[in-house]
Ligand binder design. Structure first.
Ligand code: FES
Length: 83
């Protein structure tokens, strides 16, 4: 029987949603309990949640902006257009 697929979806202006079987560990290898969220969890990517690493909806309050897809890089002040 194949392993169930785990899918991670960056939501536009919001968290990373993980669906499927996963284990959440801190950098020391200690499991971070995800009570009640064993197959679906939203991880904060705005950095402002009061229950990190989980999303608590604060991204809406601070108007966090990020695309759902990959960013290709950002212009920094002083960047000159090329071409
Ligand atoms: S992404 Fe939701 S609180 Fe940070």
């Amino acid at each position: 029987m194949p392993d169930p697929e785990t899918v991670i979806t960056p939501y536009r202006d919001g968290p990373l949603l993980i669906r499927g079987s996963f284990k959440l560990l801190d950098q020391n290898g200690e499991e971070i309990p995800a009570a009640g969220r064993e197959t679906t969890v939203a991880l904060c990517r705005c950095g402002k949640s009061r229950m990190r690493p989980f999303c608590d909806g604060t991204h809406n309050v601070i108007r966090f902006r990020a695309p759902s897809g990959a960013e290709l890089g950002r212009a920094t002040p002083g960047d000159q257009p090329t071409g």
